[in-house]
Design a protein around this ligand. Structure first.
Ligand code: ADP
Length: 303
């Protein structure tokens, strides 16, 4: 946080403890020698003043750290906003060059422009994630309340990721719990923000694809339980080491076992996803075993 050791709250707490013990001992010896109450009152006043002064200083440090943290969040927010416009321009221009203005370009030039477009798209995703994180941290994430069918979004997502699924030769199984739906129309309506819920599902599904090896299997389960719609995405991928599972929903977390071979990723997706689900009145949880696989679940109140 940019605060020197001797000014950190934990160090100050230790100092306060030491002073406290010393002051108590001194008071004890003073009151043993002098039995006038004035001495005791003076000694106690000195102790209280010490505690008060250090306590004030500690609170001051906390306030300073809090201000620094807020400034940092604001900085990230402003920087991300500023980056969004030029990035959009780069994407539009390169898309235009690849589609309408591609006459006269040779294959090598087209490939380079394609790469620029891909990288700008990736950067836009990162910038959007950073903006969502700052909105969450500042309590400014506003979610719409629309009737959304999770089955429909999940279906769309599977279609969108099909090229990647095929490339990795993965088997994707989508199970709908239709026995609760009297009409057999498999609708799983919840009240949520369509776009943000799409982000959550995209994140869980793309993680399952990313962290599952060639030829693996992903099983998606959608069911209704006690007034909630529950979506589970299970994979038989690399899993998350047990000692790191506590940090899974923290900002910027990426487990040790994947950083070596899967360089693409920011560690922001699950943090954002969990916050969106919780703000919509739901819950997100997971189970994972290294080398065996993971299952990520969330529940949302039925609409
Ligand atoms: P990213 O995927 O961009 O790194 P996320 O926030 O989506 O960030 O995920 C955080 C981390 O949690 C990942 O880097 C990975 O270590 C772990 N993780 C998430 N989903 C899975 C999964 N299905 N299988 C194994 N590890 C996972």
């Amino acid at each position: 946080m940019g605060v020197s050791v001797w000014r950190t709250p934990s160090f100050l707490f230790i100092i306060m403890g030491v002073i406290n013990v010393a002051a108590m001992a001194a008071t004890y010896f003073v009151s043993k020698r002098y039995d006038e109450p004035e001495f005791l009152v003076i000694a106690e006043s000195v102790v209280v003043s010490c505690i008060f002064t250090i306590g004030r200083y500690i609170i001051g440090q906390f306030e300073e750290i809090d201000t620094l943290s807020k400034l940092k969040t604001e900085f990230v927010s402003i920087a991300s906003h500023q980056l969004r416009t030029p990035l959009s321009a780069i994407r539009w221009e390169t898309e235009l060059m690849l589609t309408k203005l591609n006459r006269g370009l040779n294959a090598k030039q087209r490939k380079s422009i394609g790469t620029i477009n891909l990288l700008a798209t990736r950067m836009t995703r990162l910038v959007n994630d950073l903006l969502d994180v700052t909105r969450i941290d500042q309590g400014r994430l506003i979610l719409k309340k629309e009737k959304v069918d999770i089955a429909e979004i999940m279906g769309e997502m599977i279609g969108e990721f099909m090229p990647l699924v095929k490339e990795k030769k993965l088997a994707v199984i989508f199970l709908n719990d239709s026995k609760n739906a009297a009409t057999k129309r498999k609708i799983f309506n919840v009240l949520s923000d369509r776009e943000k819920l799409g982000l959550v599902i995209e994140n869980l599904f793309s993680n399952a694809i990313k962290y599952t090896k060639l030829g693996g299997e992903i099983e998606i389960n959608l069911s209704k339980k006690q007034g909630f719609v529950v979506l589970s995405i299970k994979d038989n991928g690399v899993g998350i080491p047990k000692d790191q599972q506590m940090q899974v929903f923290s900002k910027f977390f990426r487990s040790d076992n994947i950083v070596k071979y899967q360089t693409e990723g920011t560690g922001l997706g699950l943090y954002i996803a969990k916050n969106i689900i919780e703000q919509s009145g739901g819950r997100m949880w997971f189970h994972s075993r290294e080398h065996i696989g993971s299952v990520f679940n969330f529940s949302l109140p039925m609409a």
